[in-house]
Design a protein around this ligand. Structure first.
Ligand code: PHB
Length: 390
């Protein structure tokens, strides 16, 4: 009798084991980004990068099966972002979050992810202060102080003495402006004009005409990557600033690889600072680009690709180490370092943002005659300069 009962239990256990393994131990990860509207390129780049990651690393993180669920934030829209994040947490039961392109969207979900103790990997939003707003935020992109500081240093050491700044008037733009000005002035540079452009601006001609009459050695610009950044960069040469000898300096948001070819030869000579260039020479970057080309032959790798790929790397590490224990998951990646397609990186144990090389890039033609962001200088292991780091 005993033996039979034991046998029955064992048989039952065997029968339910595969089921429990497949469903109960699947950890869902919600990915929030614009998949519609003018900024839908971000959603596309993120999703494709995660597909490449899954192809490279499989669907298991440690003993857990990972499932990504995508939701559309539609653009810079904190209300929609909050709503879809809530849906993911409550209806879909996600235990991790990733994505978030715009600063106001990330800030809007800080109380939600803190309350639910959900580790949230920011794939883009780049105002320094974001990671201070929730202990569950970890960032794999960059911050504007991190990229603007090196640009100012490079400018002053390369003979640029006067600059007019032009930034989009919200968090990341103000971070970029303040850091650039502080660094440039501290090293003896002069700021001749300081322009903040409303986020909805589409006609940049009046701002560019103003900068043209300021006649500085260079302009320094931040605009969130996407169609408006493209318009500004095009308007720089269309409005005669290039011909007037005013150099174009910016963060890499203004000439990312998904818009670079369309900017045309007028973009040659533009200098930007950023954490990634698709032209970065390394075996890992070649592998990332080849992986993307295999799955999506018409896509170009850009910063959003590598930021999401590395975001998935951090998510998998957290899931493998801590399963559904949110606080332990975050703790497990603090101070973690690894080799990325962009170069060596680590998660700062104090501010939870990524520390990485920052590259000064110049638009030039590659061997095939295509435009590229050619790396011309490297600032090594730069932390988020907007916050204390460890
Ligand atoms: C942001 O809102 O933080 C943001 C958006 C787009 C960028 C950079 C920063 O290219």
């Amino acid at each position: 009798m005993k033996a039979t009962l034991y046998g029955l239990c064992a048989a039952l256990a065997l029968a339910v084991a595969p089921l429990a393994g497949a469903s109960a131990d699947t950890i869902k990860v919600g990915i929030i980004a614009p998949f519609s509207g003018p900024f839908s390129i971000y959603g596309k780049q993120f999703k494709e990068a995660l597909e490449v990651f899954v192809k490279d690393h499989g669907t298991k993180a440690g003993s857990h099966e990972v499932e990504f669920i995508y939701k559309d934030s539609t653009g810079p829209n904190p209300d929609v972002t909050k709503q879809v994040t809530r849906e993911l947490l409550i209806k879909d039961g996600v235990k991790y979050l990733g994505g978030y392109v715009f600063t106001p969207n990330a800030l809007a979900v800080a109380p939600l992810v803190t309350q639910s103790q959900t580790p949230t990997v920011i794939f883009n939003a780049a105002t320094s202060i974001i990671t201070k707003k929730s202990p569950f935020f970890v960032r794999t992109s960059f911050t504007l102080p991190q990229v603007a500081g090196p640009m100012a240093d490079w400018a002053i050491t390369n003979g640029i003495k006067t600059v007019a700044t032009a930034v989009t008037d919200y968090g990341p733009g103000i971070d970029a402006e303040k850091t650039f000005i502080k660094e440039f002035q501290a090293k003896g540079g002069k700021i001749v004009d300081q322009i903040r452009m409303p986020i909805k601006t589409t006609d940049f001609a009046p701002f560019l005409q103003r900068i043209k009459s300021d006649a500085p050695n260079a302009l320094f610009v931040f605009i969130p990557a996407g169609p408006t950044a493209f318009s500004f960069t095009k308007a720089y040469s269309d409005n005669g600033l290039k011909a007037a000898g005013i150099q174009f300096l910016g963060t890499g948001d203004v000439d990312d690889e998904t818009t670079l070819q369309a900017l045309g030869d007028a973009a040659i000579g533009i200098k930007t600072s950023y954490s990634y260039s698709a032209a970065h020479k390394s075996a890992l970057n070649d592998k990332l680009k080849a992986g993307l080309a295999k799955l999506h032959p018409d896509s170009d790798a850009n910063f959003a690709t590598v930021d999401a790929y590395d975001g998935a790397y951090v998510l998998y590490k957290m899931i493998a180490a801590a399963g559904t224990d949110g606080p332990a998951a975050v703790k497990s990646v603090l101070g973690m370092s690894w080799e990325s397609a962009r170069g060596p990186v680590s998660i700062d144990a104090h501010n939870r943002s990524i520390t990485q090389n920052i590259y000064i890039r110049e638009v030039a033609k590659d061997a095939q005659g295509k435009l590229e962001n050619k790396e011309i200088a490297t600032y090594k292991d730069v932390p988020d300069l907007g916050q204390a780091s460890k």
